[in-house]
Write a protein that binds this ligand. Structure first.
Ligand code: GLU
Length: 299
């Protein structure tokens, strides 16, 4: 008989705003999973976006989680301290011939897509609504591409999706113990092609959320990823990067999102649902549990 492994789970907030009710649900579910399975609850600070990360938000995250009554492992991982590890993963993908320098700007991509749509030619969008970027970027004049390549200035680095998929010798599968947006659960066949040539980083600053999250989940031996349903489709990218880099595969539990009064996903700017404001207005940690639909223990 195999012994069930103690779970290692993580909550990975970005310190670019205050935590809101959606974060509270995620953090509590992670803490509960660790407690129930006698495992570990880790905090990872997703501060790769140094332009937006602020120390006071990081401080506030810890205060809010303590106020909720959560306990986490003292070893906190800060992504900004591990750029070399993301750079090494990027280099491996580069050595496999799977990374390209993308010369088109976001504006040029958007303009090309809009012009194509107007002319009646469909242009694919990814699940987040972003435009796909064709591998040859042939919507730019050949001379412009050649000129930019020759200049060798810092560029966006993209995964060559078609080539990456061609390297796989088995279907990409993951096990979902929660639900995807269309009720997906159980054994899921991941389809990363829906994302096109995703961004892996910049030539002058290695690392993107997708690359960092798979490296970190592996380094921290995460057994179960518990996070919001808005990231369900991103799991296809994570599975692809895990397969290419030979990393272990956790199980995934995507939980429901807490929606604002307008029916939209909460954002960091939703003052009214930030844990700080709720606390200042007299809301208790138990109230927060009720507000996010969790039942409270009798004792
Ligand atoms: N920092 C990410 C977020 O807040 C974490 C995503 C994840 O858990 O993989 O959405």
């Amino acid at each position: 008989m195999t012994e069930a492994k103690a779970p290692i789970v993580r909550f990975a907030p970005s310190p670019n705003g205050h935590l809101h009710l959606g974060h509270a649900l995620s953090a509590i579910l992670n803490a509960q999973a660790a407690e129930t399975g006698h495992g570990r609850f880790l905090i990872r600070i997703d501060d790769l976006d140094q332009g937006r990360a602020r120390p006071e938000f990081e401080q506030a995250i810890f205060e809010d989680l303590s106020w909720l009554g959560l306990h986490w492992d003292p070893e906190v991982r800060r992504e900004s301290h591990h750029l070399a590890e993301y750079g090494a993963a990027l280099q491996r993908l580069t050595d496999m011939g799977l990374v390209r320098r993308s010369v088109a700007s976001r504006r040029e991509i958007a303009e090309a897509a809009a012009a194509a749509q107007e002319a009646g030619a469909p242009w694919r969008r990814d699940p987040d609504g972003g435009w796909h970027v064709p591998p040859d970027e042939a919507f730019l004049p050949a001379a412009t591409i050649a000129e930019r390549v020759a200049e060798n200035r810092p560029a966006t680095l993209r995964l060559r999706m078609v080539d990456a998929l061609a390297r796989l010798d088995e279907p990409l599968v993951f096990h979902e113990t929660g639900l995807g947006p269309d009720g997906e659960t159980g054994r899921i066949e991941a389809d990363p092609a829906i994302w096109g040539d995703i961004v892996l980083g910049r030539s002058d600053a290695p690392g993107s959320y997708h690359l960092a999250v798979v490296v970190d989940d592996a380094v921290q031996s995460i057994t179960e990823v518990i996070r919001g349903r808005d990231l369900f489709h991103s799991t296809a990218i994570h599975r692809l990067l895990q397969a290419l880099l030979g990393l272990p595969v956790p199980t995934y539990r995507h939980h429901r999102l807490i929606l604002g009064e307008d029916g939209r996903k909460l954002s960091k700017s939703c003052g009214a649902t930030s844990l700080r404001e709720l606390r200042a207005g007299g809301t208790t940690p138990d109230d927060v549990r009720r507000l996010v639909g969790l039942t409270i223990d009798a004792n």
